[in-house]
Each structure stands twice: as structure tokens, then as C-alpha cells.
Write a protein that binds this ligand. Sequence first.
Ligand code: NAG
Ligand code: NAG
Ligand code: NAG
Ligand code: NAG
Ligand code: NAG
Ligand code: NAG
Ligand code: NAG
Length: 445
Amino acid sequence: MERLWFSLLLLAAVCRGQPCPKRCMCQSLSPSLAILCSKTGLLFVPTAIDRRTVELRLQENFITAVRRKDFANMTSLLHLTLSKNTISQILPSAFSDLRRLRALHLDSNRITVIKVSLTNLRHLILANNQLHSISPHAFDDFLSTLEDLDLSYNNLIQVPWETIGHLTNVNTLNMDHNLIENVPQGVFTNLHKLARLDMTSNKLKKIPPDPLFLRIPVYAKSKGSPLSSLVLSFGGNPLHCNCELLWLRRLTREDDLETCASPSDLSAKYFWTIPEEEFICDPPVLTRRSPLTIIMEGQPASLKCKANGDPEPEVHWISPEGRLISNGSRTLVFPNGSLEINVTSQKDSGNFTCIASNAAGESTGRVEVVVTAVPHLANSTSRSRDPSSEPALSDILTSSKVSLPNNETRGADRRVSLMRPDDSCLKHLGLFECMTAKCFFLYFL
Ligand SMILES: *[C@@H]1O[C@H](CO)[C@@H](O)[C@H](O)[C@H]1NC(C)=O
Ligand SMILES: *[C@@H]1O[C@H](CO)[C@@H](O)[C@H](O)[C@H]1NC(C)=O
Ligand SMILES: *[C@@H]1O[C@H](CO)[C@@H](O)[C@H](O)[C@H]1NC(C)=O
Ligand SMILES: *[C@@H]1O[C@H](CO)[C@@H](O)[C@H](O)[C@H]1NC(C)=O
Ligand SMILES: *[C@@H]1O[C@H](CO)[C@@H](O)[C@H](O)[C@H]1NC(C)=O
Ligand SMILES: *[C@@H]1O[C@H](CO)[C@@H](O)[C@H](O)[C@H]1NC(C)=O
Ligand SMILES: *[C@@H]1O[C@H](CO)[C@@H](O)[C@H](O)[C@H]1NC(C)=O
């Protein structure tokens, strides 16, 4: 009976003037044509495909590449399935004639890079591939039409979040089972149609609050939640359960199996059973900061400020004139709290302030910097004033950085007394320290 049915279908296809590809099934359900070639041992996309085909299924074969001519002229195709093949390469133009394509299934292949230009795409299924990154423009041609994006079971560490934030029509977003480490705040704000967001089994330590999450029903257990509600899954992440996750805890759902990974006293505890009071943050405490720093003018300076806290505090620096210091031509501010000044000038003298802050508070510290002038004595010697003609000089300059507590044995040479100490130095250090600091320089001259 089945054979007969099959033959009839075949006949139907032949009658329309197109042979059905070998071992495939062709359903001509007027006016649309479907070609089903799953599990037929195909190594390539068959060439004898009716170009008017509306649905084409090629799953569970051994196709390794998709070529330009494979889908040429198939302007009626709505649904293409290439799941469970061994495709590693897709040429950018391979789908360019598929102007009406709505659903593209590419799951369970070996794809590492994706860039397709399909203007009407609604469903893009890329689960179980080897994607480790996605270019920010990969989905540009269907940002406003896409309803369903499945990127689960890949190797993604980074996701082009800005692109995701523009998928205004998206309903289902699967990004589970990747290596994603962070979700930026507010990225889902404009995804008004999102009904399902799966972030299970990634490397997320925190999830920022988002207006979207207010749509999570308070008791997800009760079925028949309103259509506008959202199902958010984030189990299997190494959640850091401090005050930053309190907002999520307050949603009091009970349906998922989330646990905390840290801090240690909450580790492995079931997220929804931990009382709100235990989601704690610790304000920053400065643990280390540069002592008084004395630098010869023109030399680089490195100021340090280290703070502990939970969450990890951010450190900002304020200059002696009260300006917030950022990365610039002369200064670099590092995430670990170090401030580096490329070339110091005497104007840098003064009190720098470091501010360590986190969700629980802030703490400030002061680092006093004294930039000393290059000694005038150097001018009065018969030597050249050009440092580049005096290699020994630059060597010494780099070692002339002295900080308190002073090692008083250093440079405590008799010749010190010949020096006329600089005023700004004197003011801060007292005569002896100042001279040892400065004359260390002179001694070698
Ligand atoms: C596609 O259409 C063009 C123009 O009609 C034709 O030259 C070409 O052979 C067609 N390609 C395929 C694969 O059918
Ligand atoms: C440091 O100074 C050198 C020379 O003045 C300059 O070329 C370089 O860009 C500076 N770098 C930074 C990070 O400020
Ligand atoms: C400043 O630049 C350094 C080195 O390029 C970088 O590590 C640091 O994150 C930058 N700081 C800021 C605040 O952008
Ligand atoms: C901070 O980071 C910078 C750049 O990575 C490095 O040069 C500096 O030594 C670090 N400072 C501390 C205190 O670890
Ligand atoms: C830096 O701060 C200390 C202590 O508050 C103060 O004695 C000193 O005068 C300040 N230095 C400058 C240059 O303002
Ligand atoms: C060196 O001496 C000259 C003249 O006495 C003066 O104009 C110049 O500013 C001095 N240079 C330095 C670096 O002090
Ligand atoms: C001072 O320096 C000497 C030799 O450079 C060293 O042996 C000594 O331990 C230092 N003293 C202090 C207090 O750092």
C-alpha cells in the first residue's frame, strides 16, 4: 500500500515535469511541493530538485558543504531542513535566492561560523554546532522578522548582545548549554514578545535585573500563565548569590533547580530556599595602597590601590585637582586598581584619591605624590643637557623612584651635602630624606 502511494506521488512529480531525486519522496500537494530526502545517504544536495519546491527536508545525511548552486532559483522555498548532517561550511551566497525562506534548520552539524542573508527568516535553528562566536552583523537581514533563535549546545563565550537586543519580534531565545559568562544589563528591554528565554548551563555568575523579568509570573507552578508572561530558565549556572541577585530571589518562583555556587556558605544551596537576608554584599575595604611616592619629573609613576569587597569593587582615581582620571595620552587606569602615569610633571604633585565602590558602598584612600624637579645643578655643569647623549643618566633616572618608609642607607653618601634640596620635596619629607632621595640621582651623575 505504501509503495503504491509512493509511486503515485512519484508519478505526480513526474507529471509536473520534474523527476523526484533518487530515494527521495516528493509530495505534490497542489499547489505546493515538498521533497523529503531524510536518511537517504546523500553526500551532496541533489541537483535534480524542482526549483518550485516549497519544503525541502535533507536531514540525517552526510552533506558536508552547501554550495551556491544547490538552492539556486528556489524562490518559493519556505522551509529548509539540513539538520543532522556534517556541514562545516556554508558559503555566504548559498541561500541568496531563498527570498521567501521562513525556517532554516541547521542543527546538529559542525558549523563554526554563521552569516546568512535571508530577509524573511523567522526560525533559525543552529543548536548543537561548533559556534564559538557570532559576528555582530550575522543576523542583520532578519532582525525584525526572527521569531525563534536557537543557539543552544554550542561553544559560545560571547554573544552579540546588541544584535540580540534588536530582535524585536523574537518569541523564543535558546542560548542554553554554552559558555556564556555575562549578560549585559537591559539587553532584553525591547524584546516585548519574548516568551521563553533559556540560559541554562552556562557560566553566568550573575544575571542583571531587566524590565522584561517583571513579566515572570510570581508562581510559575500554576499553569495557564497569561500569554504575555515569560519563562526564564537559568539553572546550571555558577550563580554568585550576593545582594545583586536579590531581585531575582524576590520573584519567588519554585519551578527550576537553580543552586548557588558561591559565596562558600551558600554554595550548593537551593536558590529559592535561601532567605532574602542571606543575599549579602560586602562594602569595599582598602587592603593595599601606595605609600607616599616621590618621583623625578619626567619619570613614570605607578600608583596602586587594592580593595576587597563583594561584589569585586571598581576603583576610580581622582587627580589632585579633583578630576576623574580616565585612560588618556598620559594615564592608564587598570581594572586591578593601578594608575599609571606615563610621564610625570610637577603639576602631578599632590594628593590623588582612589575610590573603590561596589553595590554595597564605597571606600576612599589617598596617595600622596611628590614630583621633584630635575636638579638645577645639572644645568651648571659642563656636560650636555641632552639626556639622549648621556646613556648613563637615563638608567639612573628610572631607579630614582623612592617611596616611604625610606631605606635610609640608600644613597646616604657624603656628597649629599652638596645638594640644594627642592622646596616641594622639603615640605613633605624633611631635609634628610629629601636629600637622600635626590642625591641618589646626583651621586651617579
Ligand atoms: C537559475 O535560473 C537561471 C536563469 O533562469 C538559469 O540560467 C540557471 O541555470 C538556473 N539555475 C539552476 C540551478 O536551476
Ligand atoms: C607614553 O608616552 C609615549 C611617549 O611620550 C607615547 O608615545 C605613548 O603613547 C604614551 N602611552 C600612554 C599609554 O600614555
Ligand atoms: C585602560 O587601558 C588598559 C590597557 O589598555 C585597560 O586594561 C583598561 O581596562 C582601560 N581602562 C578603562 C577604564 O577603560
Ligand atoms: C595591574 O595591572 C597592570 C596591567 O595588567 C600591571 O602592570 C600591574 O602590575 C597590576 N598591578 C597590580 C597591583 O597587580
Ligand atoms: C595631602 O594630604 C595630607 C594629609 O591630609 C596633607 O597633610 C597634605 O598637605 C596634602 N598635600 C597636598 C599637596 O595637598
Ligand atoms: C638651565 O639654565 C638656563 C640658563 O641659566 C635656563 O634658562 C634653563 O631653564 C635651565 N634649564 C633647566 C632644565 O633648569
Ligand atoms: C635597605 O637596603 C639594604 C640594601 O639595599 C637592605 O639590605 C636593607 O634590608 C634595606 N632596609 C630596609 C628597611 O628596607
